[in-house]
Design a protein around this ligand. Structure first.
Ligand code: GLA
Length: 719
């Protein structure tokens, strides 16, 4: 008996589907690269005796499992037509190859249900270089009555049965990317977010591990929904001991209504697997995101050092002090000066003014021109904070158009941070926002918008009384695109009370994210490590904040604050005028080091790891491991008499490396025999020490004996 298989290969992974006639393709394999010649050999059903008390046929997992074929697990589709057509079954599949070349493979499976009169077009794209598999579903209503869709999976993935845990990220405002590790058992794992944005609370993505997974070894799978709205993901144990993994948009009641002839497009599901552990997986996601980012001019420019006014001034942005701050900022090496909240009409606190996007007449009677000219004259670019999707009830905009707020007639308006959400799917509302923001961009050389979104959507009622979560996200993307088309040189940051809108969807339209409103360096260590599992460092907004930190009250040294922020897109968020001379010099020293290292930090690989005695380290380097920057952080006090060496298994054992400590000007390294030893003096010289790659990989690099909340920065270059 002959069986048709669809086989897609990338550099290090393969996908194998089986195509029996008259049904959706069966999942056979997703995992490490198989040889070109490998095939399953036999049809899946020919290998599986039928158990008792089952349907009289075998129904394995398909790429789009549905109710109507006798599938008892999570369905990829839940829909009905006024109660009819509730159990779909795809009984025909047309395969359309979209791509089969050195860059990758892509195909579209056209799945037909002629009884329920619908078609699902499921696209799978496997990128040859990054091993990233992107799935997307488009459901067409071919019937003559509306189809109500409750759930449409962006994709359904098969995971091997020896997967043992799922790593996901929970959180809240100022606590993003809190790692949760749940064991996979013979049950259903589910995560949902209905907050109307990506959310601080529930990241739309996860990593599934197999036994023995480490940072650098072991088979791991990762998936992320490229979407900034509601979402749902499940991992479910199946009767053959495998798991299925679904991810998609969580649709509010009524949101998935398709009129005859209409289609519902799911977001993209971005998935990948690696045999090189968590760091291997991160590298794949980083490659994919870098491919997607849409930079002004077509390529990323070196990431300019920011100064953001928020924690220095809050709403109190008056031209005199702000100009003084700009002068002080330029003197320490700042390259982009961002005027945060507080600049627009009537904005003196968080209770009023959102929506009135023109300069406040009391603070800036002659507009922003003089400030921007001052900033530019100092050699810095100017950036501006906006929160377009929001309105305060106390604003001229709301007084003129109370009907523009998302609301449900007859129910009270639910405010958050005293604000409401504008229904920007209304063309007149998005036209208003476009005109107001475009006018500012046209009038001034503004190179950057910090685009905020400071509340959840609750409830997102449109003018016709239906749910508008989905419409809101598409309208936000469209507004960003419209502004970018009109002003192509402007970069946008996605901020949402810190990290409430960080995802591959919004990053098609933006260029940086504000990782968290928490700038405490100790808290940032974990937040940024969670972030780096999916996102590359160059888009990670990372600032040197105040001491004590405004969100935690903890105080850290300038060196620790700067070192933690260094590998990301560096910024400063404090009143530089208030720093003493030593801190000013040290900050300038770290900014200089950032400028020297940013090309290395922001391209290539990132390896994260944990050393002995509580050390946390990250290594940024090229794939060939010939030019590397190692940042070692000690968050907590040492409990060892002698600090263990740090093994760096990614180094080339056949190579030798010049090892030099990077010590920014102004930084004082502790001296005395309890803190240092001759080795550390030797690497703190222009010539450093040349050490053996195999030794560093297997025996390790000596580590200094340091106090808590300190950092050690080292450059390793192949000689
Ligand atoms: C949010 C952002 C902050 C700041 C404030 C301004 O909280 O995350 O960085 O811009 O809004 O109101």
């Amino acid at each position: 008996m002959t069986t048709d298989f669809l086989i897609l290969h990338s550099r290090r992974s393969s996908v194998v589907l089986e195509c029996p006639p008259d049904e959706a393709p069966l999942w056979r394999y997703w995992g490490p690269r198989l040889p070109d010649s490998a095939t399953p050999g036999t049809a899946l059903r020919d290998t599986r005796p039928l158990p008792s008390f089952m349907l009289d046929f075998d129904q394995p997992l398909t790429v789009a499992p549905t109710f109507g074929v006798g599938w008892f697990g999570q369905s990829a589709l839940l829909a009905h037509r006024d109660g009819q057509d509730f159990a779909q079954a795809f009984t025909r599949c047309d395969v359309e190859w979209l791509q089969q070349d050195a860059a990758g493979s892509a195909l579209c499976l056209h799945l037909h249900d002629d009884v329920a009169r619908l078609r699902l077009d499921l696209t799978l794209r496997l990128d040859a270089a990054s091993d990233v598999l992107v799935l997307q579903s488009v459901l067409h209503n071919l019937g003559d009555a509306p189809l109500d869709v409750q759930w449409l999976a962006a994709g359904t993935l098969q995971l091997p049965g020896h997967c043992d845990s799922v790593r996901s990220y929970a959180g809240q405002h100022v606590h993003e990317f809190m790692l949760q590790v749940d064991p996979l058992t013979r049950s259903l794992w589910r995560k949902e977010s209905r907050r109307g944005r990506t959310s601080h609370d529930c990241f739309p993505g996860a990593v599934v591990t197999t036994p023995g997974t480490t940072d650098d070894t072991g088979l791991v799978f990762g998936a992320h929904l490229a979407w900034s709205g509601n979402h749902q993901q499940t991992v479910e144990w199946l009767h053959d001991g495998l798991y299925q993994w679904q991810m998609g948009e969580w649709l509010a009641p009524g949101e998935g209504r398709l009129l005859p002839g209409q289609a519902l497009h799911s977001p993209e599901l971005v998935a990948t697997c690696s045999t090189a552990g968590l760091n291997g997986l991160a590298a794949n996601f980083h490659t994919e995101l870098r491919r997607r980012l849409n930079w002004p001019g077509g390529a990323m420019k070196p990431r300019p050092v920011h100064l953001n006014t928020w924690e220095g001034f809050y709403f109190d942005v008056h031209p005199g002090p702000v100009q003084e701050l700009a002068t002080a900022a330029a003197a320490v090496g700042i390259e982009r000066f961002v005027l945060d909240d507080g600049w627009f009409h009537g904005r003196h606190h968080d209770r009023a003014a959102l929506g009135d996007w023109w300069p406040d007449e009391t603070k800036f009677p002659n507009g922003l021109g003089a400030l921007i000219a001052h900033v530019n004259a100092l050699g810095m670019e100017f950036g501006l904070w906006v929160e377009p999707e929001m309105v305060n009830p106390d604003s001229d905009l709301f007084r003129a158009h109370p009907e523009w707020a998302l609301q449900i007639a007859g129910r009270p308006l639910l405010t958050a941070r005293n604000q409401l959400v504008l229904d920007i799917a209304r063309p007149e509302a998005s036209d208003y926002l476009f005109e107001k923001i475009a006018a500012l961009l046209a009038a001034h050389p503004i190179g950057y918008l910090k685009w905020d979104l400071n509340r959840d959507l609750a409830p997102a009622g449109l003018a016709n009384g239906t749910a508008g979560y989905r419409a809101q996200i598409h309208a936000a993307y469209a507004l960003m695109d419209r502004l970018r088309a009109a002003h192509p040189n402007v970069e946008i940051e996605s901020c949402s009370g810190g990290g409430g809108r960080i995802d591959f969807g919004v990053l098609r339209h933006t260029h940086r994210v504000w990782t968290s409103d928490c700038i405490d360096a100790l808290s940032r260590v974990d937040i940024q490590r969670g972030f780096l599992q999916f996102f590359p460092p160059e888009i990670m907004g990372a600032h040197v904040g105040t001491a004590p930190s405004h969100t935690t009250g903890r105080t850290q040294s300038m060196a620790f604050r700067a070192a933690v922020a260094l590998p990301g897109h560096l910024g400063v968020e404090l009143d530089v005028r208030q720093l003493n001379d030593a801190d000013t010099a040290e900050l300038r020293g770290w900014i200089d080091v950032y400028k020297q290292l940013r090309d290395r930090l922001h391209h290539g690989r990132v390896w994260l790891g944990e050393g002995g005695d509580g050390l946390r380290w990250q290594l940024h380097g090229d794939e060939a491991a010939s030019d590397l920057v190692l940042l070692v952080l000690r968050p907590l006090p040492s409990s060892h008499r002698y600090t263990p060496t740090l093994r760096l298994p990614m180094l080339d054992p056949a190579a030798r490396y010049r090892v030099r400590e990077v010590l920014p000007a102004g930084t004082v390294r502790p001296t005395g025999r309890h803190h240092t030893a001759p080795f550390f003096d030797a690497i703190n010289t222009p010539e450093g020490l040349v050490l053996d790659g195999a030794w560093l990989a297997h025996a390790g690099l000596p580590m200094p004996r340091t106090q808590a909340e300190t950092a050690f920065l080292v450059r390793l270059e192949r000689v």
